[in-house]
Design a binder for this molecule. Structure first.
Ligand SMILES: NC(=O)c1ccc[n+]([C@@H]2O[C@H](COP(=O)([O-])OP(=O)(O)OC[C@H]3O[C@@H](n4cnc5c(N)ncnc54)[C@H](OP(=O)(O)O)[C@@H]3O)[C@@H](O)[C@H]2O)c1
Length: 331
């Protein structure tokens, strides 16, 4: 046997019990440390009055409600999405809730020039940026074999992944100046990987990989918070999705096929408040509802059980076609 092969065999033998022993040794101290940090952070929340927050995907759902939460704290807002009328309505409500100044910026986050313009307009208007919230996203529930033209399946990655990377790239110099924060809305599905959601989970997993790596590049000036949500009320969970062929569809039956049976969706307002509070406390990871963390733990410790559950419940499988189609361009 060659020497390098022997070396790897020896490392395999020694390293596994060694790492296990180290984890058992440090885990109790780490848990106590995290508990102390978590308790102390509850008493020190960032004062958002007069700070500037840019939120993508602010025309509906979670992004809209995050705008209201920041507005109640007195933050100035730059709201980004494609539907200008909806943005204006959110902006008006945010002003009524206490935001001193709100900009509504029509932009498509999958377009690099739109992202640059959104950041430039925000800086030209407010002079600074404190929080960048990468929230815009689209959902998809589709088995790979149902896709008829694979070249049309890229839009999910363009919006969910590049639509978070582009604004971040242009915002970093400004966030360094304010020692600001980047927030990115991934999904619990990126960690649990349910069937018939391969395009969506991979776009959201890419987001986690990108921002975990970026965290180390920006630390300690700019902090990164990664949000992983379960089921939250929004246009997406009412059935607004992108099909595997890239068309926007409304398909409540598909959502039903992946919804936890007998459990309500979390209200968008409650999820948004929990997220904004956690960001202002400086939390690096935010999961809502919190019990979804247990799903992730189960997935890593005993993936067979999760896979068995998906098989038993025929997760993501539907017989009927989507209920109706809507145009793929924003209204
Ligand atoms: N709801 C959940 O259960 C859940 C769970 C996990 C993760 N998430 C994530 O949470 C985020 C918000 O989704 P939501 O649930 O609140 O759904 P939603 O109500 O459908 O909101 C999606 C938002 O993204 C915007 N958007 C979509 N494509 C865009 C584009 N190309 N350019 C600019 N804006 C775009 C939409 O605005 P326009 O159409 O006006 O552009 C809308 O404001 C998404 O990233 C989603 O993946 C949601």
């Amino acid at each position: 046997m060659e020497l390098d092969h022997l070396l790897h065999k020896a490392i395999n033998l020694v390293l596994t019990p060694l790492v296990f022993a180290i984890i058992c040794l440090i885990l109790p101290f780490l848990i106590i440390f995290r508990l102390v940090v978590s308790i102390s952070s509850r008493f020190s929340s960032e004062n958002m009055a007069g700070k500037v927050v840019l939120i993508t995907g602010a025309s509906s759902g979670i992004g809209e409600h995050m705008a209201y939460e920041y507005a109640k704290m007195g933050a100035c807002l730059a709201l980004v999405a494609r539907r200008q009328e909806k943005l204006e309505a959110v902006a008006a409500r945010a002003r009524g809730l206490g935001s001193p100044d709100v900009l509504a910026l029509r932009a498509d986050v999958s377009n690099v020039n739109d992202c640059k313009r959104s950041i430039d307009d925000t800086i030209n208007h407010f002079g600074k940026l404190d929080h960048l919230v990468n929230n815009a996203g689209i959902g998809s529930i589709c088995a790979l074999e149902e896709v008829t033209d694979i070249t049309n399946s890229g839009s999910l990655m363009d919006v969910n992944y590049w639509g978070s990377v582009y604004p971040t790239y242009f915002a970093i110099p400004h966030l360094r100046k304010t020692k600001g924060k980047i927030v990115v809305n991934s999904s619990t599905s990126a960690l649990v990987q349910p069937p018939s959601m391969s395009f969506y989970t991979s776009s959201k997993a890419a987001v986690i990989g990108f921002f975990e790596s970026l965290r180390g590049e920006l630390d300690p000036e700019v902090t990164v918070s990664i949000v992983t949500l379960g089921f939250v009320e929004s246009e997406m969970t009412e059935g607004k999705l992108v099909s595997g062929n890239g068309e926007v569809i409304v398909a409540p039956n598909l959502i039903k096929a992946i919804s936890p049976k007998g459990l309500p969706k979390m209200r968008a307002g409650l999820a948004a408040k929990a997220i904004v509070d956690a960001i202002c406390r400086g939390e690096r990871y935010v999961t809502e509802p919190k019990w979804y963390r247990m799903l992730t733990l189960f997935k890593y410790l005993c993936p067979e059980v999760i896979e068995w559950h998906f098989r038993q419940t025929k997760f993501g499988k539907v017989k009927e076609a989507p209920s109706n189609h809507i145009p793929s361009k924003a209204d």
